[in-house]
Design a protein around this ligand. Sequence first.
Ligand code: M6R
Length: 639
Amino acid sequence: MCGIVGAVSTRNIVPLLVQGLQRLEYRGYDSCGVAVHAAEAAGAVPGTRLKRLRGIARVADLGAQAESQGLAGSTGIAHTRWATHGAPAIGNAHPHFSRGPVPAGMDGEQAAARPARVTLVHNGIIENHEALRAELLARGYFFTSQTDTEVIVHLIDSLYDGDLLAAVQAAVKRLRGSYSIAVLHRDEPQRLVGAREGSPLVLGIGADGKENFLASDAMALAGVTDQIVYLEEGDTVDVQLGKHWVVARDGQAVQRPVRTVQAMSGAAELGPYRHYMQKEIFEQPRAIADTLEGVEAVVPELFEAARNHAPGEGAHATFRATDQVLILACGTSYYAGCVAKYWLEAIAQLPCAVEIASEYRYRESVPNPRTLVVTITQSGETADTLAALRHAQSLGMQHTLTVCNVATSAMVRECKLAYVTRAGIEIGVASTKAFTTQLAGLFLLTLALAQARGLLTEAQEAEHLKAMRQLPNALQAVLALEPQVITWAEQFAAKENALFLGRGLHYPVAQEGALKLKEITYIHAEAYAAGELKHGPLALVTSAMPVVTVAPNDALLEKLKSNMQEVRARGGVLYVLADADTHIDSGDGLHVIRLPGHYGALSAIVHVVPLQLLAYHTAVARGTDVDKPRNLAKSVTVE
Ligand code: M6R
């Protein structure tokens, strides 16, 4: 959510900041901006001054403006925003300025014309911004935005006494909430100061030994540096030419490890695809194959001990001690958890609760220390999921495991065990390959738990693994159905409502299909467990209502067929995803796409793919911004 890039260099870093923002744009894209220490115009008083450019168009537009206006400087910060406080508008876009308190007698116009003293970009939410705003107003500061962020820049200005690091350290002590920030001061032209609490920030060390960078994600620095320091909660960082140092919450200088992070620039290119979502849908066979790579047997050791935990706290002991599973997640990841519940209860015979993280963290619940707490998250940075994990830990549940796509994320660091999926970077806001790889990881977790509990014979294990190894080919074959899905999408493009039905573990698949459709096409879509239809939603069914039904040939198919009859009898038009051996044929008001195989317990992983394609092609037909749907952002790092 939002993106930060900053640099201290000897060359003009504006193009580099813009390029970094482009890599982060998928995280928030309702406005963007850049600020630099710009050289004074010829003839002006020597020195430097802070200059900024902000816009509500896309980053490419900001880059073009920066070029045409000749914005240049060797120290700078940049930001792409997802609005929380204040509408997407230029006045609310970052970087924000503080020009100091307004002297008595000066009017607003004069106050706003003064040179900026401090400039700042911020990710996160400041919860006590109202109290701070009142305090700063009383001290003469003049606010120009509705953001919570603006209090930070004025606070730093008010505490500045010739040392930007000291001012930032003093200011963050006054903040409640979450933040990662990057700050410049007019009087310190080759210094950039950052701080983080509850929102990620990394330091990038330049290859030439001089340049240094800050970013909210290492990906912003791909191709610039692969030497990355992941800052920890409460850290502040002083970034200068050729040097940097990190100070921990207690005020002591600390050494954080420098890691070499594989450049991901290639992965962020579109290649022959029109959108990242399309690319990511088609990457699924590869993503699943990579995620399963090396799985020769289902050993608990697949679930690696995350960093900083003593040996002996391994997966095997944890799995044997487990008598219950609690899954915590949001959005698509939550639906992956809902599918896993069916597997865990049927195969590993473990009671499983799946909780929406933002609900769980605030409700009273009954903790069981023998619970395995499983978080599912693509980004590993989702604020609600992290908070839910910490809540579970605070209740005494210490057996924690994450299924996560980002090995360097806070979630992997904070859980004792981790299964890192290998979907590769996911740029499209609508999650696709992350979901299917999460499901693959969760199925392996189910088998590992079943094995640790002595519930899996070698033959059963071999059979499950054989089915898993066939997944990449099965997905490839389903992707070949795209032309048939496009004919459905052409019909959906004219609709404003849709229902999705499924039963058993295909109910969460239907929910995921509905989420995909609403997220990128803005068509109102709801999913129901098909047996619930007659308890209310059937009232919505008319000939104008398309009803997508996930109908694999499983034990519930006959029940599902009855539900489909209920829809047809009310004139509803059915769009059915069947297995090769499901006996349902197209007819009046009944459109069937038959998947090439029969996928047994793994059917959920395969049946979701046509639903992803349906949402994608409907969005393309409606002309929406597929990869950057309105109001949304990738990685929801604020509550
Ligand atoms: O990174 P996470 O998996 O924790 O993200 C959770 C949700 O924000 C995410 O799945 C969201 O629902 C997607 N945009 C859905 O496509």
